[in-house]
Design a protein around this ligand. Structure first.
Ligand code: PHE
Length: 367
């Protein structure tokens, strides 16, 4: 028994001389290994208790000495560790300029959308919102799209299945343009018209205002994704309905927009076009700001770049929304935010706008 105890004491004494720790946690682990209730040194006392009386006298001092040795070693290690931590803290330079915190940037599409809204809000337009998931009636039907119009085709429109996996014919779809918001607004406006009590021009009637809205939002078209097309993009469309609204009003509003957006020297040109919901319809070009209208690779030598579609609201559309087309007229226009952002920032690949690559995004203003 005493031989065994002797061996244990010798071994532990050697270990006590070689204690090593790098962190406060490691010191605590050593304390637990040797000095806790079930620790190696504490267990030694169990062996000691079982010794005969005369042997106790022989070994008592050695066991106690060993315990004290561990205690003072560990205490010393603890103090060394605390001193080390304090030295590190002392070495920190509290006067150093802190590392800069990376500021987020505004998304270029948000910047451009806000700029468009700001420009038109200065001439009385307010923002109207509407759902992205729509029915056929608000996206096409009431906007004078013939039942067999190709835009309703599966090629262009994402239809929403009513029951998962069951492809029944459905009239629920993802809006292909924000003109659907205009439909809702016109229906709403017509209801107000009916309940309005005064017969004055809306513009001069206190209880009634003309309909003058901007409809920004995301739209969806079933296109193959490439550098030049995506299955979703962003639009800002505008609508103005009142008495005596003319094509000259439309042209003037768009000229004002073009000059505010692209600079005071910007020229516009309206080319005849076709949209089911406007008559007459036009496509608007602005003078190419890269070559000043002389012709370059960007404008394909023409001096002009196309930026939006517009026209006078077709009387059929006004009537289908409950507005008397003999009394009221209106104009509408619609532009792609990506297209305008492209012209401002010359982004060659449309996909960059939705990929969230920080290297692309951080090039834009942060506020
Ligand atoms: N809704 C048309 C489109 O998405 C744009 C447009 C709006 C054209 C209003 C004319 C008038 O392409």
């Amino acid at each position: 028994m005493s031989e065994l105890l002797k061996d244990k004491i010798e071994r532990l004494r050697a270990e006590a001389q070689n204690l090593h720790a790098n962190t406060a946690e490691e010191v605590e682990a050593l304390r637990q290994k040797y000095l806790s209730k079930k620790g190696d040194v504490s267990l030694l006392f169990e062996d000691f208790k079982a010794l005969a009386k005369e042997q106790k006298a022989q070994w008592g001092a050695s066991v106690n000495q060993l315990k004290q040795q561990f205690e003072s070693q560990i205490k010393q290690m603890r103090e060394d560790m605390e001193a080390k931590v304090q030295t590190i803290a002392y070495k920190e330079d509290l006067t150093r300029t802190p590392d800069s915190i990376g500021l987020g940037a505004r998304h270029p599409l948000s910047l451009v959308r806000e700029q468009i809204i700001n420009i038109f809000s200065r001439i009385g337009f307010t923002v109207a919102d509407g759902p992205e998931v729509e029915d056929d009636k608000h996206v096409f039907g009431m906007l004078n799209f013939a039942p067999e119009h190709p835009a309703r085709d599966m090629q262009d429109t994402f239809f929403v299945e009513k029951e998962e996996g069951v492809q029944k014919p459905t009239d629920i779809l993802l809006r292909t343009h924000t003109s659907s918001v205009q439909t809702h607004a016109m229906i709403q406006w017509a209801k107000q018209l009916q309940s309005a009590t005064c017969n004055l021009q809306p513009a001069t009637c206190e209880t009634f205002q003309p309909l003058r809205i901007l409809c920004p939002g995301r739209v969806f078209r079933n296109e193959a994704i490439s550098a030049r097309a995506h299955c979703f993009f962003h639009q800002v469309e505008g609508l103005y309905v009142d008495k005596n609204v003319s094509f000259a009003d439309l042209r003037q509003a768009l000229l004002y927009f073009a000059k505010e957006m692209f600079g005071p020297d910007t020229q516009i040109r309206l080319r005849p076009s076709y949209f089911p919901f406007t008559e007459p319809s036009a496509e608007m070009d602005i003078s190419c700001d890269l070559c000043g209208g002389k012709g370059c690779a960007f404008c394909k030598g023409t001096g002009w770049v196309e930026i939006l579609g517009c026209g006078m609201v077709d009387p059929n559309v006004l009537e289908s929304c409950g507005i008397d087309s003999k009394v009221y007229s209106g104009y509408a226009f619609g532009m792609g935010v990506e297209r305008i952002a492209n012209l401002k920032y010359r982004v060659k690949d449309l996909r960059l706008f939705s990929e969230n690559d920080v290297r692309f995004l951080e090039q834009f203003e942060s506020c």
